[in-house]
Ligand binder design. Structure first.
Ligand code: FEO
Length: 395
């Protein structure tokens, strides 16, 4: 089913109400998602992107109900990842000679995934354009590393629509399609979660790309990403947010994340949270058990934080595997300008605090020397160290 976007532009994507995870199980989906594909019907008919492999037959079937597939003059593949290129195999069975406009890297990645099928690729780079009739054209802008090396965006003149692909998206099912129709709380929550867990590692490149886009001086009325809501009401709000998020973003927040074996490390976590509020009542405090809470949601809170406190008891001369895996994920997300303090209980050897400090330093955090290291269960003498620990985190 097509949905009208503006003039001769329609949405022809797939709303994935039932999706629970993305990138395998690496990204949790709480409010559905969508793969957005778009159809432009000017003198030339253009399809912008497709949808994920499992939906390829339904996608092609739906598209056939809307138009004669042979009328498609060309396809734009903004990104080779299979959630956007995955229906090409089914579609190209029907229209095998249709040109596909994409970056040189996308050709390699598409052929890498689906094999060399003799498709008619037209390689484009930043600034290249193609006339589509009625005085309109498509301009291509490479978006290298946002978030893959092959990524690009496509701009439609006159209608002033930026088809941004993954950038500015959210994993969020919005049947009403537009940002002004979406639940505003969920829209922001899903946009920042998406930024944290997918785009934050590429923040430096993003800043440069936003500057480059601004210099192109293209009027933008609509930003149409490949996931979630389409930004038509004040579309630049998400660009401004990205500019803010890309610069070592932090709010007045501290996140406490821990795992525990016999509740000792948990007790320290709760005392730390209490002390933060006592010393700095306006600071937002979040507490998570790493083994139980959703890792992408915790990371989003870490992204918003100016400091974190991470706890694990010592086990087998090391730390709990849940915490070790969690720190590895935090390292991948390349957080900048955040402090970290550590804590944990032990029974005999007690290495967890030192290991946590080393791992968090390696993950890019500014680790404070103060720590809470408790033999067996934490006692008053351990809790007495918490005010100094928190003061250092807040400083
Ligand atoms: Fe939505 Fe990078 O794919």
């Amino acid at each position: 089913m097509r949905k009208h976007i503006k003039n001769n532009v329609s949405w022809v994507g797939y709303i994935d109400w039932e999706l629970e995870t993305f990138h395998g199980d690496d990204y949790s989906i709480m409010n559905g998602s969508s793969q957005n594909a778009y159809l432009i019907e000017e003198e030339k008919t253009v399809l912008i992107d497709t949808v994920w492999i499992p939906h390829r037959f339904e996608f092609v079937e739906n598209l056939e109900k809307e138009i004669d597939l042979n009328k498609i003059d060309f396809i734009v593949a903004n990104h080779a990842e299979c959630d956007h290129s995955g229906s090409l195999t089914a579609l190209m069975e029907k229209i095998p000679n249709t040109p596909i406009y994409c970056t040189a890297t996308a050709v390699k990645f598409i052929e890498g995934q689906y094999g060399k099928r003799g498709w008619n690729f037209h390689v484009v780079k930043t600034g290249d354009s193609v006339e589509i009739g009625n005085g309109k054209k498509l301009i291509f802008v490479e978006m290298k590393m946002l978030h893959w090396p092959d990524s690009m965006a496509t701009y439609l003149t006159e209608d002033n629509i930026l088809f941004s692909n993954d950038a500015f998206g959210q994993h969020f099912a919005v049947a009403e399609l537009f940002n002004d129709k979406a639940d505003q709380h969920l829209l922001y929550k899903e946009a920042i979660k998406y930024y944290t867990n997918i785009l934050n590692p590429f923040s430096m490149m993003l800043t440069k790309k936003l500057d480059e886009l601004a210099k192109l001086n293209l009027p933008i009325d609509i930003i149409a990403p490949s996931h979630g809501a389409i930004w038509r009401d004040n579309p630049m709000q998400i660009v401004e947010k990205y500019a803010e998020w890309a610069k070592a973003y932090q709010e007045d927040q501290i996140t406490v994340a821990y795992d525990t074996m016999w509740e000792g490390t948990q007790k320290i976590a709760h005392k730390i949270a209490y002390e933060i509020s006592k010393q700095s009542p306006n600071t937002v405090v979040k507490v998570f058990n790493i083994a139980k809470a959703d890792k992408n949601e915790i990371m989003t809170e870490v992204f918003k934080s100016k400091a974190i406190a991470v706890g694990s008891p010592t086990v087998s001369n090391s730390i709990l595997s849940s915490v070790a895996g969690w720190i590895e994920f935090a390292k991948q997300l390349k957080f900048k300008n955040k402090k970290a303090g550590v804590f944990g209980c032990y029974g005999w050897s007690g290495e967890s605090v030192k290991i946590l400090q080393e791992k968090l330093k390696d993950a890019g955090f500014n680790v404070i020397p103060e720590n809470i290291r408790s033999l067996w269960n934490p006692e008053e003498t351990d809790f007495e160290k918490i005010p100094e620990f928190v003061t250092s985190l807040l400083a």
